[in-house]
Design a protein around this ligand. Structure first.
Ligand code: ZN
Length: 239
């Protein structure tokens, strides 16, 4: 079965309990001896990797007996920004996604994000769009169709994550993040028209970093938690 690895918890001396996402939601399995220096699967069962696993039913749950990578990991791990985003996606998912239904819903977006990373698309845009999808799934839906204040569909010019979406040029406040038409259109296409391909749109990257920063600040506040990947995101993208 096809899974994305999001958490590795060591137990005993060399064994690991793996939490992953699959098309049905969460899936946990054990990997015996994964921490041994000679373990063949240790470079495959890694955080953020999309893999095809073979498991058997053992005492205490499924036990992995084989795993094959479905992505070109060397391409994924070829630069610092990609590694940063890979770790962020996995951390964001394991910290915020609690319900199995949410896990089932986020899975296809995680899979898309991984293939975009592999295709050398902008890691910053991938991290931002994935985070917005995750907000929608967890009940913090963002409205990208109209102004949150007056309801107009025109002149949308800023975003406020805490207040749930876009504001028009007349209603925007100084704390909102300014967006130009390119980004407003891209967000509209992805989240209102529900276009499958994130990158059939153009993005102005300089406006993505503040959005991502605000999302992380918002989730840190709401869930009282600290993102360990934040310092690396700051380093990579000047958040
Ligand atoms: Zn307005």
């Amino acid at each position: 079965m096809e899974v994305i690895v999001i958490r590795l918890v060591p137990y005993k001396e060399y064994d690991v309990i793996v939490t992953s996402l699959c098309s049905d939601g969460f899936y946990s399995f054990k990997a015996k001896g994964l921490l041994r220096p000679t373990a063949k699967l240790s470079s495959i069962i890694t955080i953020g990797n999309l893999i095809n696993i073979e498991t058997i039913d053992a005492k205490g749950g499924p036990l992995v007996v084989g795993a094959k990578p479905l992505l070109n990991m060397s391409k994924l791990l070829s630069n610092f920004d990609k590694i940063t985003v890979l770790n962020y996606l996995a951390e964001l998912t394991r910290l915020i996604i609690k319900e199995n239904e949410e896990a089932r819903l986020i899975y296809p977006f995680f899979k898309s994000a991984l293939s975009y990373i592999e295709e050398d698309k902008s890691p910053l845009v991938i991290a931002t769009i994935f985070s917005l999808h995750l907000l929608n799934i967890c009940g913090y839906e963002q409205n990208f169709a109209s102004c949150q204040s007056c309801g107009t569909l025109k002149n949308l010019a800023a975003i406020n994550i805490k207040e749930g979406g876009l504001f028009c040029v007349y209603c925007k406040k100084t704390i909102d993040i300014e967006l130009d038409e390119t980004n407003v259109n891209a967000l509209y296409n992805i989240f209102v028209k529900k276009e499958g391909d994130w990158f059939s749109n153009e993005f102005k990257e300089n406006q993505m970093a503040p959005i991502l920063r605000t999302i992380i600040e918002f989730l840190s506040d709401v869930f009282s938690l600290t993102f360990q990947s934040l310092p690396l995101l700051k380093l990579s993208f000047n958040l």
